[in-house]
Design a protein. Structure first.
Length: 79
């Protein structure tokens, strides 16, 4: 994703990891109490990151099963 000026700005909004870490950095790097809006954005980004991680785990599980099925037929999946 692209960069962006300021705290948590710019980039690809679909990149939930970047969104989460940008928001987290903005909270850690500012001396004042985070606003309710910033905290809500952080909660939303965390939920999106959790969903993305679950999706990735599911994809890896399916790929592993597919690789085993192919191996039984004499084919090998290479990373």
């Amino acid at each position: 994703g692209g960069g962006g000026g300021g705290f948590g700005g710019g980039g690809n909004p679909a990149n939930v990891y970047a969104r989460f870490t940008g928001l987290k950095s903005s909270i850690v790097n500012v001396w004042e109490t985070p606003s309710a809006g910033t905290l809500a954005q952080l909660r939303d980004a965390r939920r999106a990151l959790d969903r993305a991680l679950r999706d990735a785990d599911g994809l890896l599980d399916r790929a592993t099963r597919a690789g085993r099925g192919l191996r039984d037929r004499g084919l090998t999946l290479n990373p």
